[in-house]
Design a protein around this ligand. Structure first.
Ligand code: SAH
Length: 379
């Protein structure tokens, strides 16, 4: 990833220019900012933030998610949660939750599957955690026959059994970075030098910070310039969901690109389906990072819950019956429809597409045994 680009490059629109001014003013007032502050401003500034302004999904947007690729994805996830709901004895006071529902497609597809396989689930209250007014509006139109309750964060979610999902949500949360210098970890910060955004080294991580960042052996010599990441928002959110599930029951699917541990420097900017420079016209590209599932697991267990997986998305979807459902659905399609359906399946499960890079984890109450979908594969 290039280390710097001109901050004075002509912005392609007013939003990029506003974000650049905001970053400039913040750095001028307080000094270099952390990578997570940068992400927070770029993605979530109330007026100019990337997610606040527009619908970034779909072919005309910047990226496409599994839910937008095929309705089979939502159907399978919905049937999985229905299975877990049944397994938990169908608790009457349960609530449905989705974090970062995007266009609402996943929830609509899950509800469609429930209307056929387990109608009782369509009657449960739907809680959506979403900060984007534009996407809330979109969700309102997509999720029909229900009056969802929107939340700005997870802390206001009900304290009851939760059956829920977060697909490509955790990757959008602000991540912090540290860089190794002469055997010590330093905060990796962002400054402006000669009018350009650049990475600079900040103060060393304290002992407490090293523990929070899960740096197990701080004395282990890592090569200079090596980068590690920590996403405090992700661990806090996982812990809050896990606390409710540990106390009241439920099941929560976490699906995202990532791995079972720290990825190093995974921060990426994507615009119009292509990688772009992190610092070029900030606010016009989606920023994301690879989710550290081991950190989510630790947070879940710290809250008294159980984290199953991660397994690869390909393994999960195939072992809970994606291919069978696709073959069934293909019977209703013409040749073109069948081709499109199997191309979509390949995108979801193929090792060169989403099947290997994307992982699936499951938050459950304390207990034993490995549920269907999570046996026989280590991500
Ligand atoms: N789950 C959807 C969309 C994923 S895009 C799908 O599978 O298609 C990420 C979603 O998370 C968007 O809805 C975005 O507005 C929301 N989001 C990003 N950061 C957020 C935050 N900090 N709090 C709540 N929602 C957030």
């Amino acid at each position: 990833m290039p280390e710097k680009t001109s901050l004075t490059a002509p912005p392609d629109n007013a939003a990029a220019s506003a974000i650049q001014s905001l970053l400039g003013a913040t750095i001028a007032a307080n000094g270099p900012i952390s990578v997570s502050q940068f992400m927070e401003i770029v993605l979530s500034h109330p007026q100019h933030g990337y997610y606040r302004r527009k619908d970034p999904l779909g072919m005309a947007g910047d990226f496409t998610t599994a839910a937008e690729i095929s309705g089979l994805f939502g159907e399978i996830c919905g049937l999985y949660l229905a299975h877990m709901f049944d397994h938990a004895g169908q608790p009457a006071d349960a609530a449905i939750v989705e974090l970062g529902p995007g266009r609402g497609t996943l929830m609509a597809d899950m509800r469609h599957a429930w209307s056929q396989a387990m109608p009782v689930l369509t009657g449960l209250p739907v809680h959506l955690v979403e900060t984007s007014p534009a996407l809330r509006q979109r969700q309102k139109q997509t999720i029909t026959n229900s009056s969802p309750i929107w939340h700005d964060g997870v802390s206001s979610l009900p304290k009851t059994a939760l059956f829920g999902i977060a697909n490509e949500f955790f990757d959008a949360l602000p991540v912090q970075q540290a860089v190794a210098r002469s055997g010590r970890w330093h905060h990796r910060l962002i400054d402006i030098r000669s009018g350009e955004l650049v990475f600079v080294d900040g103060p060393p991580l304290t002992g407490d910070e090293q523990q929070a960042w899960r740096i197990v052996d701080p004395h282990n010599v890592v090569p200079d310039g090596h980068i590690t990441e920590h996403c405090p928002a992700a661990t806090s959110i996982a812990a809050q969901i896990a606390t409710r599930i540990a106390q009241h029951g439920g099941a929560f699917l976490v699906i995202d690109y990532g791995q079972n541990g720290n990825q190093g420097d995974s921060l990426q900017a994507v615009a119009a389906h292509r990688p772009v420079d992190l610092f070029y016209q900030p606010g016009t590209a989606d920023l994301s990072h690879w989710v550290d599932f081991a950190a989510l697991k630790q947070a879940t267990e710290g809250a008294g819950g159980r984290f199953i997986g991660p397994v690869t998305q390909g393994h999960f979807l195939m072992s809970v019956g994606l291919r069978e459902r696709a073959e069934n659905a293909a019977l209703q399609c013409d040749a073109e429809g069948r081709r499109a359906m199997f191309a979509a399946v390949e995108r979801l499960v193929g090792g060169h597409h989403m099947g290997a890079a994307f992982k699936v984890g499951l938050i459950l109450p304390a207990g034993r045994g490995t549920p269907i979908g999570f046996t026989g594969d280590k991500a």
